[in-house]
Design a protein around this ligand. Structure first.
Ligand SMILES: [Zn+2]
Length: 886
């Protein structure tokens, strides 16, 4: 039995209905009644309600039950709030019955080192095309998950040749809700604010979400920036699934501001230079076909103006470096049932659903039509990647594990998760004229993942010179630049790991790395009579400290390096567990912790020290398990709050209590040792007021450790908690700007002079979208115990602080000199000059407590691993060096 979409999708013509109907879809298609509609399964017409993640899951289950021969649901993980993460494979019954063969076929094409050209020819002739459509990565970009259901329904229900041909030719993978926790947050709060009628007013409660909005996941990450570090289950799981299926096309469907139209490929400049020319060409073809469909429906759209393809940590970028065509689509958001645009038109939720549906179908059509070319391009891409690696005079990449074994291990596991083949050396070796420790990474870049390797590891990726010239021209004319996100992301730099590259293979035994981020550690000399020691300085030791404190072990930490009688030397910060304080079962307990945390622990039979402090010295501190609070809610940056909480809780393993600004203003905080203030969006002075500032000051004076990050440091300065100052832009010649109606004549001799006048005398330094910067470390302080002589950080924005003078405190991390400080990315020359030698980390004692201030966010995107030990020192070292009255 057949019926039309009009009957299948019943539109209720009531006020505020945003249903999607055959008329609004504009498709002349007959549909099979055997395919359940959204209304039949969920009880409301398509597009008339913003479906919860649970409802969407139910709908796909219903499709899988009604079309078992054409639909497969594949789970790839679970969110922090325990919602399922899954994708749905939809195709012809024949293709779905051969899903395993499809996977094996794509794996073979992806690996030309193991596949000969005859086999490839056969696969290119036989394999279906493929497309992966990812919806709803930002939980408050609401229309695309609804479009995922409509697309799936259409593919299964449509009874026409066009759809049949698409499914015969194409394996369609649908990830309906990439961020179920964020969408769940949005949907429940949206309907909480709704009344008798939905409001289209942009200032209504319905259209303004409370903190944190639904964009992010549970730990408040922007998942669309997590594709490099893969810290979140939503992204890590999707990467696994993509490496399992190797789709030829990947689309990430978003929403943008409600006053715009629709955006699709081709992307704006600058392009990442590691994207192949053939990929750029194909993206153009996809955009053009989308344009045809949009013309047919009379939908406005734009291309090329925003949303660049330079930063590789977007969902729509990452697949490019494995040879998939990847792109972003963006629909104007109704951010609710309907929205009044600046032109006075009403944009409905259904409008978004329809456009995302049409864009999805148009792209599936391209995937289907271009099957052979796309498959051939993919195979050629993977072959070319190997050849480019083989021809490079930097074919082999080595990452030393000598100073930071935990960081090297994490990188090995992470690269493996990215689909890179990584070897780890079984012994020390020499390569590129340098010495490498056992466990160092050896990567032969002559592999199909060559461009993924370069993307993740290259220390500098340049934007095209003419694009940069244009940015300088815009800036010189006081116009904003067009750089959309950070211009630097090299993982070894962010992890503070050194890499060397050269042409020749090393002579050393290696073994294949696996996906383990932590390698189980060991405890040596379990029968030791006096103490167990763990060297400080990597994340293994940081996790050990956190775990030992949570287990109730007594642990001491040395402020200074020390040498045992055996000659063995331990760096500052090293952990000391004595038998006298911990009892005889301490070896067994520490063995378990070593395995879990990755730490190396050594038993010693004597406490005799030949250099540095003894275990009973005043330079050795007993670490009391600190109670850590962090500020939460408005006006703090949800991203920085989330990143910071995640690093502490999930990477280091220590709990944090989140407290809203309003409570911090009044509450007795004496039971907390440490308070972290993440960076803020709005004014902290407004949120805390004078009483809040007084409450926090008093708490610090009584022994609290206040740690500020980014903009919160500016508040600490304002409140005279920190004797620094925020700088305006340094200028060679300043011109006083007069405000009176009539002033004396002024001669402007050059355009530079005019520029300075227009800029005023106290404008902020230029804004930078984000670069990797090198910091010098003052190693003679407990705050830098175990930290190497230089570390890398990310610098975003335009805050530059004055150094603390010696009578007020210490500047423990400072920017390197102007010609040294840029480790990667593009930074304006003026900022380089002005940032040189300015503080990144300041420490100021106050009463019985202290203020520790980071000029930037040390937990940025949770991928600045090189700064984690400094952060640990600030929290745990700060708590043990404060002197609260107990
Ligand atoms: Zn988005």
């Amino acid at each position: 039995m057949k019926r039309t979409v009009l009957a299948a999708l019943i539109a209720v013509a009531t006020l505020g209905s945003t249903s999607v109907t055959a008329d609004t879809l504009g498709l002349d298609t007959e549909y099979r009644s055997a395919t359940p509609t959204v209304e039949q399964v969920l009880g409301y017409p398509m597009g008339s309600r913003i479906s919860s993640p649970e409802a969407i899951y139910d709908y796909f289950q219903a499709l899988a039950e009604s079309h078992p021969e054409q639909v497969r649901i594949i789970t790839y993980g679970e969110t922090w709030e325990e919602r399922p993460l899954y994708y749905v494979a939809i195709s012809s019954a024949t293709n779905i019955s051969q899903l395993a063969d499809y996977r094996a076929g794509m794996q073979a094409l992806a690996n030309p080192q193991a596949t000969d050209s005859d086999e490839a020819e056969r696969l290119l002739a036989e394999l279906p095309s493929s497309i992966w459509l990812s919806y709803g990565v930002h939980g408050n970009e609401i229309s695309s998950p609804e479009a995922a259901m409509l697309t799936a329904w259409h593919l299964l229900a449509a009874n026409d040749d066009a759809t049949r041909i698409m499914l015969d030719n194409t394996m369609v993978f649908i990830d309906p809700v990439q961020n179920p926790d964020g969408r769940g947050r949005f949907v429940s709060r949206y309907y909480m604010t709704a009344g008798l009628e939905h409001s289209s007013d942009r200032i209504s409660a319905e259209h303004n979400e409370p903190w944190p909005n639904g964009r992010s996941n549970h730990y408040l990450f922007d998942l669309n920036r997590d594709w490099l570090a893969l810290t979140q289950p939503e992204v890590a799981g999707q990467v696994d699934a993509l490496l399992d299926t190797y789709p030829l096309i990947f689309v990430d469907l978003h929403e943008m501001g409600g006053d715009q139209s629709y955006y699709f490929t081709p992307e704006a400049r600058p392009y990442n230079p590691l994207i192949a020319a053939s990929q750029r060409e194909s993206l153009w073809t996809i955009g053009e076909n989308n344009g045809k469909w949009f013309d047919r429906h009379g939908y406005d759209y734009f291309t090329r103006e925003i949303f660049d393809a330079f930063y590789p940590g977007y969902g729509a970028s990452w697949p490019l470096y494995h040879g998939t065509l990847a792109m972003t689509y963006e629909m104007a958001s109704a951010r609710g049932h309907h929205f009044r645009t600046k032109d006075g038109d009403i944009l409905t939720y259904g409008d978004g659903v329809q456009r995302h549906f049409v864009a999805s179908l148009a792209t599936i059509e391209t995937a289907s039509r271009e099957r052979e070319r796309l498959l051939t391009n993919f195979w050629n891409y993977r072959k070319q990647a190997i050849a480019d690696g083989r021809d490079s005079d930097e074919r082999y990449v080595f990452i030393n594990a000598d100073r930071d074994p935990a960081g090297a291990q994490r990188l090995a596991g992470l690269l493996t998760r990215h689909g890179v083949t990584v070897q780890q050396s079984n012994a020390a070796f020499e390569a590129c004229g340098e010495d490498f420790a056992a466990g160092s990474l050896v990567i032969d870049s002559a592999q199909p993942a060559h461009y993924m390797i370069r993307t993740l590891l290259d220390e500098q990726v340049n934007m095209a010179q003419d694009f940069l010239d244009e940015q300088e021209r815009l800036r010189a004319n006081n116009l904003p630049d067009q750089i959309y996100d950070v211009t630097a992301w090299s993982l070894p730099l962010m992890f503070n790991l050194e890499q060397q590259r050269c042409e020749r293979a090393p002579r050393v035994d290696t073994q294949l790395a696996n996906t383990d981020i932590i390698k189980p550690g060991t405890l040596n000399n379990a029968d030791a009579k006096v103490a167990f020691l763990a060297p400080w300085g990597d994340m293994n030791s940081a996790r050990l400290l956190a775990a030992a404190l949570r287990e109730g072990l007594t642990v001491k930490q040395s402020d200074l390096a020390f040498t045992l009688k055996s000659g063995e030397r331990y760096p500052a910060g090293s952990l000391i567990f004595t038998l006298a304080e911990n009892g005889d079962d301490v070896a067994a307990r520490l063995t378990t912790l070593a395995q879990r945390t990755g730490a190396t622990i050594n038993g010693v039979d004597s406490s005799w020290i030949t250099e540095g402090p003894n275990f009973g010295s005043n330079n050795v501190q007993k670490v009391h398990a600190p109670r850590i609070a962090m500020a939460w809610d408005e006006p703090f940056s949800s991203l920085n709050a989330g990143h910071t909480r995640f690093v502490l809780e999930r990477q280091i393993g220590y709990p944090v209590t989140a407290i809203r600004a309003d409570q911090l203003r009044r509450a007795d905080l004496s039971h907390y040792n440490v308070l972290l203030l993440p960076s803020s969006y709005g004014s902290l002075a407004g949120a805390f007021g004078d009483d809040g500032a007084a409450n926090l000051k008093q708490w610090v004076e009584r022994g609290g450790v206040l740690i500020t990050m980014g903009n919160s440091t500016a508040w600490a300065v304002e409140q005279q908690l920190l004797a620094s100052a925020l700088e305006s832009e340094a200028k060679e010649q300043t011109v006083e700007v007069h405000q009176q109606p009539k002033v004396e004549g002024l001669l402007l001799e050059t355009t530079e002079h005019l520029h300075n006048y227009v800029n005023g005398a106290d404008t902020d330094p230029y804004w930078t979208s984000g670069v990797i910067t090198k910091l010098d470390v003052d190693q003679e302080h407990w705050l830098t115990a175990g930290v190497p002589a230089t570390v890398n950080s990310i610098t975003v924005g335009n805050q530059i602080y004055r150094p603390l003078t010696i009578n007020n405190g210490r500047n423990l991390l400072t920017y390197a000199s102007a010609d040294e400080l840029l480790a990667s990315g593009y930074l304006w020359a003026e900022n380089k000059q002005q940032l040189a030698h300015k503080p990144y980390l300041m420490w100021q004692p106050r009463g019985r407590g202290m203020v520790i201030s980071f000029a930037q966010e040390p937990t940025y995107r949770a991928y600045l691993d090189g700064l984690n030990i400094t952060l640990m020192n600030a929290i745990f070292g700060g708590a043990s060096h404060a002197r609260p009255l107990r």
